[in-house]
Design a protein around this ligand. Structure first.
Ligand code: HEC
Length: 149
């Protein structure tokens, strides 16, 4: 019985060590390949922030791995030729960033008025009308050039 408990503890700590290793590995890959566009801690820059649990192109591990593997054609998001294990580690790391994201609350508001503000303020010329969540205009040295803060 006592041996079983010790074994259980050993397995548990081995699994924990493995996760830590995966996160560290994903972080290193992220810093050398992605931080340039997505920010050192995923806060966004030339590319969108990756600290949300909700991703525009799908939020499952497979969805995210597909985006990384195939890129997003027609945008600055390039395709990467990573091994499956590297992809897994990247996603494991991205999930830790999501944990650091501020809690989201349900948005209330008037979508019709929002659209008017969006159009009146010239957002469409900076972001993308079809997908206003992605702002191309965020590129200016980490600062937003958006007049609406
Ligand atoms: C040259 C700039 C650039 C680099 C480097 C880059 N990205 Fe991106 N990434 C983008 C842009 C721009 C988008 C937004 C594409 C769009 O408009 O849908 C994006 C989108 C994404 C998305 C989808 C976000 C969503 O909401 O669905 C993920 C995930 C992502 N990138 C992960 C990565 C990872 C991981 C790396 C490194 C391996 C990386 N990116 C490297 C520019 C970049």
């Amino acid at each position: 019985m006592r041996i079983a408990v010790v074994l259980l503890l050993l397995c548990g700590s081995a699994a924990w060590g493995q996760t830590e290793h995966d996160v560290a590995d994903g972080k290193a890959t992220f810093r050398s390949n992605c931080a340039f566009c997505h920010g050192l801690t995923g806060g966004g820059g030339r590319g969108p922030a990756l600290i949300s649990r909700q991703f525009l192109h799908g939020s499952t591990d497979d969805d995210i791995e597909n985006v990384i593997r195939n890129g997003v054609p027609g945008t600055n998001m390039p395709a990467f030729d990573f091994e499956k294990e590297e992809l897994d580690h990247l996603v494991t790391y991205l999930r830790t960033l999501a944990g650091a994201a501020p809690k989201t609350t349900a948005v209330t508001g008037d979508p019709v008025k929002g659209r008017q503000v969006y159009e009146r303020s010239g957002c469409a010329g900076c972001g993308q009308t079809a997908r206003p969540g992605i702002a191309k205009g965020r590129a200016v040295a980490g600062k937003s050039a958006c007049p609406i803060q």
